[in-house]
Ligand binder design. Structure first.
Ligand code: HEC
Length: 303
């Protein structure tokens, strides 16, 4: 069975672009169904085109016969009306210009007169269809609740995303690192990765040796937002946008933020030359800090 489908698909290769993929040893059922549907569609269109052509030819032959007969009898045949113009006449229900007199209303305002044309049927049908659609819509969405409304659709998508997130976090716990679980990582690889993140993103403001320029000195024991690994991680994650330090959460992965926070901690006490003057409070490991949170978080906490 599989082989038959495959051969069929290969033949189809001429018609359906991408069918060359079918040369692979295995074809998924989905692909096979798509190809079959495509094949059926192409055949249907071809049949339709052929039918139209045959019809056209037949019509021409019949017309020629009629013209011959009419010529013998000396009658003149009326010009054939094309399908299109007949269709347009039906769809618009327009009165031909020569017959406009029949729909002319009898009032006359300073030479402006009015025709009593019908509403175009195509427009009326569209109108009826919107009414039918409205009824079905009301029934489906508000009476039977068969399909979800916007809010429900949104909630479903959020739930789906949450489930996906939970699954991914389970797969790789490193994505779950946050300010409560962050740890000072000492291994060389993590610090090296932290240094790379620092050199690429932070050195222009904090200097590559951490001595500080636009941003504060990160090597002394004075901290504006706390010097524990949790504090530093939080500062990096949330940022201090008002002071020019952006939130790095959208740009760095939790693991990268842990690494760069650890690298920042590892720079404390390195005493680089020409450091920026100390800012903030002294922080020493184990002592609680007063200003442990960045401004942005504090304002929220106060309110
Ligand atoms: C555009 C400049 C700029 C960049 C880039 C920048 N920072 Fe900052 N950073 C600052 C400023 C300014 C402050 C001081 C905020 C304040 O005054 O509250 C700061 C504060 C900090 C603090 C808190 C210091 C303290 O005293 O509490 C840490 C930690 C920090 N930055 C780490 C980083 C890290 C890590 C990166 C790179 C991922 C980085 N910064 C990138 C400008 C920057």
């Amino acid at each position: 069975m599989k082989n038959t489908i495959k051969r069929l698909l290969l033949t189809l290769g001429i018609l359906a672009p991408g069918a060359l993929m079918a040369q692979d040893a295995t074809i998924s059922t989905d692909t096979a169904i798509y190809f079959m549907a495509g094949f059926v569609l192409v055949v249907a269109v071809l049949v339709l085109v052929v039918a139209v052509i045959v019809l056209q030819v037949l019509k021409t032959i019949v017309r020629q016969e009629d013209e011959k007969k009419a010529a013998v009898q000396g009658i003149e045949l009326p010009e054939p009306v094309s399908f299109w113009s007949r269709f347009m006449r039906k769809a618009s229900d327009a009165v031909p210009i020569e017959e406009e007199e029949t729909v002319l209303l009898d009032h006359n305002y300073d030479g402006i007169q009015e025709l009593d044309n019908h509403l175009p049927p195509w427009w009326k049908w569209l109108f009826y269809m919107t009414i039918a659609f409205g009824v079905v819509y009301l029934f489906v969405y508000h009476v039977t609740d068969t399909l979800p409304l916007q809010q429900e659709e949104y909630d479903n998508q959020i739930a789906e995303a949450e489930a996906l997130k939970a699954m991914r976090l389970k797969d790789s716990p490193k994505l779950a690192i946050d300010e409560s679980t962050v740890q000072y990582v000492e291994d060389a690889a993590a610090l090296a990765s932290g240094k790379q993140v620092y050199d690429n993103n932070c050195s222009q403001c904090h200097r590559s040796d951490g001595g500080g320029s636009i941003g504060p000195n990160l090597t002394d024991e004075y901290w504006l937002h706390g010097g524990s690994i949790q504090d530093i991680f939080t500062t990096i994650k949330v940022g201090v946008p008002a002071k020019g330090m952006i939130s790095w959460e959208p740009l760095l992965s939790p693991e990268q933020m842990q690494n760069v926070a650890s690298y920042v901690m590892s720079m404390v006490g390195t005493n680089p030359p020409n450091p920026k003057a100390p800012q903030g409070e002294v922080y020493r490991a184990g002592e609680p800090t007063e200003e442990a949170l960045p401004d942005s978080v504090q304002t929220v906490a106060i309110r």
